[in-house]
Structure formats: structure tokens, C-alpha cells
Design a binder for this molecule. Sequence first.
Ligand SMILES: Cc1ncc(COP(=O)(O)O)c(C=O)c1O
Length: 422
Amino acid sequence: MKGSALSQLGQRTAEPPISWLMAAALEKPGLISLAAGFTDNPSLPVAQTREIVSSMLLGKTGQAPLQYGTTAGEERLRRITARRLAKADGQPAKARAYQPDRMLITHGSQQLLYILTEILFDPGDIVLVEDPSYFVYLGIMQSHGIFGRGIRMEEDGIDLAHLEETLESLKATGDLKRLKALYLVSYHSNPTGITTAAAKKAKALKLLRRYEKAAGHPIYLLEDCAYRELRFAGEDTPSALTMDRTANRVIYTSTYSKPFATGVRIGYGLLPEPLFTAALRVKGNHDFGTTNLLQQLITRALTSGAYEMHVQKLRQRYAKKASTMMSAIQRHLPEGVKWVQPAGGLYIWVRMPARLKTDLKSKLFKAALRQKIIYVPGNLCYADDPTRRKPNREMRLSFGSASIKNIEEGIARLGLALKRVM
Ligand SMILES: Cc1ncc(COP(=O)(O)O)c(C=O)c1O
């Protein structure tokens, strides 16, 4: 039969580029994957979780976590999470942006990103994204028929001059009406490891405001802070919530996945109205509430101090893994290769000398595969933006899940692959 019963979204949604990489990692014995976004296995909080779960399920107290909860999430978790964020930002708990009634608990922050996309955008709309950006979010955009416009990156976040230039050109072509948001992965970004400077977030917010009149609606700053707690060097940076004078233009999303356990997948966000109400309704349709058992698990981890202790340990662990990877890069990768030194997160963004391609079809990727090492090709992290060519000489290396030994060995193998093709 010729016709398809799939909806437009069903037909449009492309296969996630990462699925091939994941499958390759499983299929090839001995392959070292520096591609996966997984976290460190040996340090997962198994004993702490076992203790919490068994005390949670004692007697009658065990009934509540096994029951449905509310759509917005567990009251206590919303309150504690909102308070933690206010504290991290150096703001009073009573500040408007941090009120628990703005807090939505979701199944990973991924679900929140999806719901936000559903409530904000129609096919044909535009999102400004960092160039490069989080490729799974680029996938959500592609699936919804949303266009990305990439904003060039500097060492401390987006290039504000390029942001302004892009806004100006959208205004000139009458396309501002389709622009609803700027999406930033502002802490130890996936994929670049870059943290956006506070001053840049403040200026970006101001700039977006300036173009709202021509757009005819609010333009939001969607701040994805998934890696904020995985900082292992330097000071924390205030979130854009602290710069949002009217407390109604910044959407803050984050997660307990990365700093505690990725298998638990509890995400959260602070949303201004009318987004909170719209998101709550859509979340009601998705699942009318995140798994109660897991929410209660995280709540107990937070209130018992187990969470804080675990994050401290993780930070040290990732600091060691990152430094192992950086010194291996220095030793094994040839001159001309540049990389961004991360102060947190799970990734190192590496740029090859000019002319050396890194995509899945490139000589380098194939040579790396022969050496049994894989990376995420950088071109997969760029939005389909027709105003520029996608760069194709970068790679994302993750020090999250590989062991210290495999990080060393993996970079040495990558060095061999590079020698073969250079
Ligand atoms: C930038 C970014 N945002 C959001 C997520 C989603 O994480 P989770 O759904 O586990 O909270 C990820 C996961 O890799 C990520 O890298």
C-alpha cells in the first residue's frame, strides 16, 4: 500500500543519530566508547539506594510511594528542590521565581524539554540554539518540524553580537513571529563543556526582550542546567532566573539524574505562567505524574544527606576522569588538535586541524572504529541551519562511563587512528 497511516510527526521523526553509536558499542567486543553519555557505573549509589528503599517500604509508610501521586509532583520534593535552587542562586526562598507552585517534577528533564516544546512551538517555528547544541534536543525540534538557528560560541558562551545579528535578520525577514525561545545548555554544556558567563545570560535576556514587540509575543530563555551540579572546578554561576526582573521570561530545567542516578530519572523545572499551567495540563495527558516511588526515593536521599555526600564524591571522581582524559589528549593526540578544558560535566569537545573530517563516513571515524574506539562526531550536534555550513571537524569525547584505564587506552587508540589518516 502506498499511503502511510503515520501522522506527520510520525513520518517526520528521524532516527536518533546516537542509536547507531549505541548499537555499535554493544556489538563490537573490546570497543571503547567515548561516545556514550552514560555516567560512572562503579560510583552509582547502590548501597544508599538499597537503604532508602528498604526504610521507605517499612510498614504503612510503604503505601504512599506505591500509590499514584499528583501531576505536578510530590509536594515535599517540589518545595525542597525550589529551596535548593534559590540557595544555589543566592536568592531568598520567598523570591517569586523560586516558588514551589512553579516547580514541575518530570520523568527526567528530557520529558520536560519535550513538554515545553509541545506547549511552545508549532511546526515552522524557530528556536535559537547554541552552535553546537544538545543533539537529543535537536532531535525533538526536528520531530516537531521546528527550525534551529545556531548562535556561534565563544569560550564563555554564545557570541552576543551573533545573537543580535540573528535577531535583526529574523526581524528583517518578518520571521520573528516564529521565534519563541533561545535554548542554552548553560553549565558544562553537552557537547562543548562550556559554561555561559552570567553577564552573557543577562545581556541575552535583555536582547530577547528588545525584539518581543516585533515578535508580538514573549521570547523565552530556556536554560537547561542538567550539568550544573557536576562542577569540579571554579565557582558556581548564578542562573538566568536571578536576572529575570519580572520573573516571567526564564524557564529553568534540570535533573537529579546526572548527580545521583541516571536510572532514577527525576527531572524538574521552574516555569513562569502561563507555561506552568499549560505544561501541567500536557503532563496530565502524558502520564498524570512522575513515578511516585522514584520521587520519594530522591526526596529521602535529599533529606537524609545521602544525596549531598554522593554529589561530592561524584565531583571528585569526574575531576579525576577529566584530568586523565586531558593529559592523555596532550600525550597522544597530534599538534594542531584543540580542545576545551571543562570545569564540570562529562564531556571534552575536540577540534581537529583544518581539512580533517570527523563525521560517521569520514576516514577518521572508520580508522577509529578499526582501532575499536568511538566518539560522537561533532556534526551531529549542529542544528540544520541553512544560513551556514555544518562544521565537520570536531568530536565529543565523554569521560563519564569509561574507566580510567579505558580513557587512557581509548585516547591512545584515537591517537593511532589520527596518525593513520593524517
Ligand atoms: C543537556 C541535557 N539536557 C537534558 C538531558 C536529559 O537528562 P535526564 O532526562 O536524565 O534528566 C541530558 C541528558 O543527557 C542532557 O545532556
